[in-house]
Design a binder for this molecule. Structure first.
Ligand SMILES: Cc1ncc(COP(=O)(O)O)c(C=O)c1O
Length: 403
């Protein structure tokens, strides 16, 4: 991949050439093609979807529905009816918890997550477990931060109704062995949910190969606008799911006392949807596919490995996660410098990294720290930006510690 050519597609990177953006796990920058698609929608196609018969609105509805088909192909799902548009991963998981498991979990049933989950894939399950008198159980991690499959085999049992696991840790960048985990879950007749928020930006997801019951991801972490996300569900489960919102555009008939909902996916998409988000997501998928998901994965993996190798050469720097890197996400700490102080120092030097618990507090505690610094890189980042970060960390150590 030609990094300089790619960078030219991103207005933010062109306008701020000295700025090093290493917070891609929070949200990615947007290429011109996505910005153009959204602008074009407002300039030429700004009509509501699924309701009007005039041709301009029908054209927008077609653009909207074409994106549903594109998303299904992007994750290799068989049927675009399995694709529900949401506001993001958080909303998708909450819909699954409150629209399906709320009605399907009995007392003493068990939900299994890992200790490394983002709060968006933890809090909804804590809540539903409490409401339904079910139990929440945790798969542990190994010393190097990877998920412990032996722990998974012990924790998942005949009482397990759902296993909900992230594909990629947003803190330490590990990828989980989804094939093995899904096999363990399905052997016990448990459902499997993949939190793919950090996976879809970098890794090809193949629903037909993996066969999870559910999958959730966010557009804004993969070049699309904020406020658009995807809930994938097996059709038979989506058909049983209760809409968590009621209103316009989700009904067949309404009388004074009752309503009959439309078929999936529309029954789960009440109200005017995020049309610009869907159109932006469509352009984002085109962009990703023009580069090739396999190339993106390889590039981010190499860059993550490069940064890891350079960081571990600096005295007083602790890097979390395994030696062999799988993604562009790297978390670390610098001795005697609080991550927030370090992030502020780096900000003075035009480098944006995240400091804190990264919405995964149980994992940071498990790592034995209160917070970390996180550099999360994407395909438009490069080694010279990593070198600049390394140089700044060396200078920061002598600034704070005198060494
Ligand atoms: C692994 C993981 N899951 C879920 C989320 C929540 O995504 P969103 O805030 O887009 O809903 C994030 C966001 O950082 C994440 O990294």
């Amino acid at each position: 991949m030609d990094n300089q050519k790619i960078r030219a597609d991103f207005p933010m990177l062109i306008k701020h050439p000295k700025f090093i953006y290493f917070d891609n796990a929070a949200t990615t920058q947007k290429p011109q093609s996505v910005i153009n698609a959204v602008t074009n929608y407002y300039e030429n196609n700004n009509f509501n979807v699924h309701r009007s018969v005039y041709s301009a609105a029908e054209k927008t509805t077609k653009m909207f529905e074409d994106c549903r088909i594109k998303v299904a192909k992007f994750i290799n799902a068989k049927d675009s009816k399995s694709i529900v548009f949401t506001a993001g991963t958080t909303q998708s998981i909450n819909k699954i918890a409150n629209g399906y498991y709320k009605y399907n979990l009995k007392k003493d049933d068990e939900i299994v997550v890992s200790i490394a989950e983002h709060h968006s894939n933890l809090l909804p399950w804590q809540n539903i477990a409490k409401q339904n008198s079910a139990k929440l159980k945790f798969i542990d991690i190994n010393q190097d931060g990877t998920l412990n499959l032996e722990s998974a085999k012990k924790v998942i049992n005949a009482k397990t109704k759902l296993v909900a696991i992230t594909a990629v840790s947003n803190v330490i960048g590990t990828t989980n062995n989804l094939e093995a985990l899904i096999k363990i879950a399905h052997q016990k007749n448990a459902d499997f949910l993949i939190d793919a928020a950090q996976a879809t930006p970098e890794i090809k997801i193949n629903i037909q190969a993996l066969q999870p019951e559910w999958l959730a991801f966010s557009g804004h972490k993969m070049l699309a606008p904020t406020g658009i996300g995807i809930l994938y569900g097996k059709k038979e489960l989506l058909e049983q799911m209760h809409p968590t919102q009621l209103g316009g555009e989700m009904i067949e008939h309404v009388d004074k006392d009752n309503f009959k909902a439309k078929d999936i996916p529309y029954r789960l998409e009440a109200g005017t949807p995020n049309i610009e988000g869907v159109i932006g997501l469509s352009a984002a998928i085109d962009y990703l596919q023009s580069l090739g998901m396999h190339n993106i994965e390889k590039y981010c993996q190499n860059l993550g490995q490069y940064l890891y190798d350079q960081l571990t050469k600096i005295n007083g720097v602790t890097v979390y996660g395994p030696k062999k890197r799988q993604t562009g996400i790297v978390s670390f700490n610098v001795d005697n410098i609080h991550p927030h102080d370090a992030a502020t120092y780096l900000d003075f030097n035009h480098i944006a990294v995240r400091a804190g618990q990264h919405c995964a507090e149980p994992l940071t505690h498990k790592l034995g720290v209160n917070a970390t610094l996180r550099a999360s890189m994407y395909f438009y980042n490069n080694k010279s930006e990593c070198d600049e970060l390394i140089q700044q960390i060396i200078e920061m150590r002598s600034f704070f510690n005198g060494n």
